[in-house]
Structure formats: structure tokens, C-alpha cells
Design a protein around this ligand. Sequence first.
Ligand SMILES: [Zn+2]
Length: 377
Amino acid sequence: MLKAYKYRIYPTKEQITLIEKHFGSTRFLYNYFLEYRQKAYAKGNQKVGYMVTQAELTKLKKLKEYEWLNECGSQSLQMALRDLDSAYSRFFKKQGGYPKFKSKKHTSQSFTAPQNIKLASNRVYLPKFTKDGIKVKLHREIPQDAVLKQATVSRQNNQYFVSILIDDNNAIPKPIKAKNAVGLDMGLTDLIITSDFTKYPNNKYFVKSQQKLKKLQRRHSKKQKGSNNRQKAKLRVQKLHTKVSNQRKDTLHKISNEITNQYDIICLETLNVRGMQKNRRLAKGIADVAWSEFMRQLAYKAQWKGKTVLKIDQWFPSSQICSNCGASSKKKELHVRKWECPECHAKHDRDINASINIKNYGLGQIDNRNTVGTIGI
Ligand SMILES: [Zn+2]
């Protein structure tokens, strides 16, 4: 099975220059060949694919004008063309939009080395970075006999990372016969609520940093444009931003681990806009990000463990149905946390009732329960 491990790296000044050259060159080639392919298609030449662009790249590198391309790993340069080719394939298969030009200003920049990666005593060695390697903080061990397939170096908010894709030599697990299931709902007070009455609260450190972040952002916006102080304030915001995002990820990792260990079938809704007040756009934005990160984690962990995730894509009125008798009641305001069913008089906690409905709905939609991975229903 393929797994990705992401680590913070601490490149030297010279290494940063070379990393930035890789970002720039791969972005340049991606854009160059996007335009190249656009022009070819406009002329009716449909045959221009990866192989044609690769041959063109070889020619480019020999020209004096584009000599600087040779400072970068040639495999990394070719990866830019492969990325472009995949973007086109997704577009042709109607799985994605038309490929877009990449911007230098984008907060996240990256390049990929598809082979010749080595890890040794807290250093990562990549083509063109073979002399001393780049210092890396390995906070998680990579399984011993894993094969290092590729490495992606990225910059996010002025910090550098490497994401290493490995093959752990284990086959994808066979689906297990499901013995239990759970429904999940997401709230603002509690992060995740399960149909088994478990509530995972929002991490209080996360809430605190979130408030601090708002304050720093306000301070930044008050500083004079172009001033040194504004630049400093911006860096402070970016730093905290990364910290907040890591705290959130850690919390979600713990929850997604527990849930994928405990349950065989996990039902949840893809869109969790329900219950979020319109005027609380910030809170909703944070919740949306957390929810999609949580779904991403659940999906791959479920696959590792042979479990099933059922994503309910359509709008389903989970908070309006009584999970006891199935009676449908009217829409409830967000402040209504507890309610009693007018038909059977069962007393409900709003979020737990919703998660039970999500579970029942999910189970009602699948016939074959011996599935593995993520299914949209
Ligand atoms: Zn009822």
C-alpha cells in the first residue's frame, strides 16, 4: 500500500535558493507547456501529449536561453510535464476543470522528485541535494522495509516540508465482514458527535489559538502597507496559522484513528453546512476545512484497515427526523439543543439524534456490506 509521510525540513540558505529554483523552473515548465498544448489543440493537433512535451523539453534545455533549467533535477522537471498531463487527463475524463496556469504568488509552492530518495540520520537526500542532504525532523518513523517512491518538497507560509510517498509492501487489506456501524455528525460546540453518544469536544488550545489568530490578523491589517512592521505582523500571522492548522490536524488524527479502529462502517455527510449560521462565516469556514480534512483522514485510514466509509452526498434532513419512531418534525433553530418528539415523546439531544439518523440512512443504502474504502451514496 502507498502511504505518505510529511515532515518539516530545515534547509540551509544555499539549499533554500536551490529549492526555490526548483519551484520556479517546474512552475515555468508547467505554464510553458500548458500554453504549448493549448496552441496545438487550437490548431487541431490533438496528438500533443506527454511524450511530445518531453521531447520539446530536451530541446529547450540545450538552448542558451533556457540553460538555467539544468540547475534542477531533470526528473523533477519531467514531473511538471507529467502533472500537466494528469491535469489534462482529468479534464478529458470530466473529472476536473481545464488546467490552469500556476501563479508565483500562490502561498503553497512545490516540486516532486520521483526517484533516488534516501533518508539517513535526520537528513533527506534528493537529486541535486545529495551532498549533505537536507535536515529533516522525523517525528514519525517510516516502516523499515518500505520503498521510498517519491518526495514532494513544498513551502507553506515560509516553512519547508517534504512529503515522502512510500510503498510499505503490504497488499491492500481484504474487506472485513462488518460487525458494527456508526453515524457521525459535526457541530460547533463539539467537534464530532457519534451515534453511540460519544462527543469529541473542540480542542481548547485550538480555540485559544484561533482567538489569538483573529487578533493578530486585525493588528496586521492596521499596519501601514509596505512597512517593515506590516511584514513582521504578516509573518506572525502565517506562523500561528500553521500552528493552528497542525493542532487541528492532530486532534482530527486522534479521532479518526479511534473511529476507524472501533467501527467497520462509518456513515457521514459530505456537506456539513446544515446547522451553521449564515452570519458566522468564520466559524463555518473553519468547520468546513476541519470536516474535509477529517473525511480525508477517515478515507485513507479506513482503507488501511479494511473498513468502509459511506459518504452521504445528498441533502438529508438528519436533524428533523425522530430516530426513535421515524416521525418527521419541523426544522429547528440552531439554539434548540434538546427536543422531544411530538409523536413518541422520545427526548433527543439534537446532534446525537442526527448522527443516529445518518447511520440508519447509510445502512439502508448499502446492500453489500463487504466493501472497503470510501463510497458515495
Ligand atoms: Zn418519535
